[in-house]
Design a protein around this ligand. Structure first.
Ligand SMILES: [Zn+2]
Length: 97
């Protein structure tokens, strides 16, 4: 379990809560993009992942097997993105009118 400095439980938020940070990395609507988990093969929108975050950045975990799908953090030199736990990322085209 994750706890903050006061000892309070820092439970996961859903991946939609990382929208602001993800918007700095991706030019598309990131929370609707489909991530496939390298751990269990589950596929779903980033917004349906579990967000564990703090001052260091965000870790999005698979809601099915808890694999760390995507880690993103801002540093002095830029934004680091680690996607080792993701097999693929699908950015769907906008539906035709
Ligand atoms: Zn998984």
């Amino acid at each position: 379990m994750d706890h903050d400095d006061s000892g309070a439980f820092q439970g996961p938020l859903d991946g939609n809560s990382a929208a602001g940070l993800l918007q700095e990395v991706f030019v598309f609507e990131a929370t609707s993009a489909i991530l496939t988990c390298a751990g269990c093969g589950a596929a779903g929108p980033i917004g349906a992942t579990r967000l564990y975050g703090g001052a260091m950045g965000a870790v999005l975990r698979c809601a099915h097997c808890d694999t760390a799908l995507l880690r993103v953090t801002r540093t002095e030199i830029g934004i680091w993105l680690d996607m080792q736990g993701a097999r693929s990322l699908l950015m769907r085209d906008a539906p035709a009118a």
